[in-house]
Design a protein around this ligand. Structure first.
Ligand SMILES: Nc1ncnc2c1ncn2[C@@H]1O[C@H](COP(=O)(O)OP(=O)(O)O)[C@@H](O)[C@H]1O
Ligand SMILES: [Mg+2]
Length: 251
């Protein structure tokens, strides 16, 4: 068993996106303008607008094993962008990401990390156990008996034993509750026992009890297995609050 843990350090992260709109998204409109012979006016208006939007400016953060790092900020602050950069899904224009003091190796990092998106994307007709087994089969190369025991122990860890045989459901098909669904989503990306678990707003849209349950479960994951947990929390913001705040949860 690796007990070293995984420390992630991000330094000077600057991420810009181009806000320049495409000239004509649909060719059909171009044709009409060509007939009217006024295409140049549109180009001039677009050239006047600035071409880049700063999503993140010189951000620093450090996530340690055995701890939860919470990124707090209002909508549009850049939380998801920062998490995607930490997960190696986006590449910033500037900045360095170190994993245990070494430059990140994206391919290896994907194997040792799990990324849980804000939206639950699950098959509504599968039961909780089937959903986790599906993910286990995709991610782990183990015999069936070992896969079943990993799924069973994960369901226990996630507090999903009592709904193992219940359909996940969605808006149309009644299934498990919102909090349970969120825990299934976490399980799907934690089946391979990742050293680093990154979660985008795992508590958003949940009632306070379910949200606390999720945080307690993540806290237990960090404290008992030395996992590094990075998550974002939506903060209904102050009007003047634009910067990303980085806080550590030590409940
Ligand atoms: N690919 C993109 N295209 C357009 N705008 C984007 C893109 N990525 C991020 N943004 C913009 O960057 C800002 C931060 O986005 P995001 O990281 O999703 O914020 P948060 O998760 O804190 O709500 C938003 O204003 C968003 O519109
Ligand atoms: Mg977001």
């Amino acid at each position: 068993m690796k007990k070293q843990g995984c420390e992630i350090e991000a330094m000077g992260i600057t991420y810009k996106i181009s806000s320049k709109k495409r000239e004509h998204p649909f060719k059909i409109f171009t044709k009409k303008q060509e007939i009217n012979q006024e295409p140049k006016q549109v180009i001039n208006l677009e050239e006047a607008s600035p071409g880049a939007k700063h999503v993140l400016k010189d951000v620093f953060c450090r996530a340690k094993p055995w701890e939860i790092l919470a990124i707090v900020g209002p909508s549009g602050a850049g939380k998801s962008s920062l998490l995607e950069i930490l997960a190696g899904k986006l590449t910033p224009q500037n900045g360095t990401i170190l994993v245990n003091q070494n430059p990140i190796d994206k391919a290896r990092f994907k194997r040792i990390s799990g990324y849980v998106t804000q939206k639950d994307t699950l098959f509504p007709l599968l039961t909780v156990e089937e959903t986790l087994m599906f993910s286990a089969r995709l991610r782990l190369r183990l015999p069936q008996a070992q896969l079943s025991s990993s799924v069973k122990s994960l369901m226990k860890e996630l507090g999903l034993d009592h709904v193992a045989m219940t359909r996940v459901g969605d808006d149309r098909i009644r299934g498990i509750s919102g909090g349970e669904r969120r825990r299934v989503s976490i399980g799907v990306d934690a089946i391979h026992d990742p050293e680093v678990l990154i979660l985008d707003e795992p508590t958003s849209g949940l009632d306070s009890t379910s949200a606390l349950q999720i945080i307690d479960m993540l806290k237990a994951m960090a404290e008992t297995r030395g996992r590094t947990i990075i998550l974002s929390i939506h903060q209904p913001g102050f009007p003047d609050c634009e910067a990303v705040q980085l806080n550590t949860y030590d409940g």
